[in-house]
Design a protein around this ligand. Structure first.
Ligand SMILES: *Cc1c(COP(=O)(O)O)cnc(C)c1O
Length: 222
């Protein structure tokens, strides 16, 4: 079971996250609110708490939620990030909504995003955990994929990665690897860290962290 939190709770959690991050780094770290399986009301809460970047994992859910949000809150326009496994045949449906495509992990998807959203802001997702089917390209394939995105006119701003599950310390070497590769490729953005390991990510050089549970509590079942 899950309950939709209220605005003051989200504000308090956000402030707590920000102060914990500030204890470990002086660099600014953007907070991206992950709203998958929550309704439009949670997107509205995030925005009222001051978060502009909102991330979704499923194309159909994003389309429906964006529509519901503008129905209930006319003019609301979060900066939508897409962080889920991308299927080429779904790209078109969300091309007009997504401001940052964080989960580019293969050339077919890169090509389709370049076709449907020319010049879009993208990140290449690395498979840091080595878990097949979880998304992300093998780190060794990232330079070629970044080149391909650039050649097709996409604005490649950074790398994204999901740390291995379990002890947050297990994420540290993976995040280090991602940051080193981003440095090598001249990519300023590093989207690493989720509710369980955002402090490790902030320590290792995250420019943004993607938080669901830490802000909104347990997710409703899909
Ligand atoms: C669900 C999800 C998150 C947020 O997870 P929490 O642990 O709830 O913070 C972040 N990134 C990706 C890619 C996700 O799928």
């Amino acid at each position: 079971m899950s309950d939709t939190p209220d605005l003051s709770t989200v504000r308090e959690r956000l402030a707590a996250v920000r102060s914990r991050i500030a204890e470990v780094t002086d660099r600014p770290v953007r907070i991206v609110a992950v709203t998958k399986t929550h309704g439009w009301d949670v997107v509205d809460l995030a925005m009222r708490a001051g978060v502009e970047d909102v991330a979704e994992n499923y194309a159909q859910e994003l389309v429906a939620k964006a529509r519901d949000l503008t129905t209930h809150v006319p003019g609301a326009e979060p900066s939508w990030h897409f962080i889920g496994r991308l299927q080429s045949n779904k790209v078109r449906s969300i091309a007009g909504l997504v401001r940052c495509w964080e989960s580019i992990d293969r050339s077919s998807v890169a090509d389709e995003v370049a076709r449907r959203a020319p010049g879009a802001r993208v990140m290449v997702q690395l498979d840091l955990a080595g878990i097949a089917g979880r998304g992300g390209c093998p780190p060794g394939d990232a330079p070629a994929l970044v080149d391909r995105c650039r050649a097709s006119g996409l604005d490649v701003v950074g790398l994204m990665g999901v740390g291995p599950p379990g002890d947050p310390e297990h994420s540290r070497p993976a995040f280090r690897q991602l940051v080193a590769l981003a440095d090598e490729l001249g990519l300023p953005e590093r989207s690493i860290g989720m509710s369980g390991d955002f402090l490790v990510a902030a320590e290792e050089g995250a420019t943004s962290v993607r938080l669901g549970t830490a802000l909104f509590g347990p997710r409703p079942a899909r």
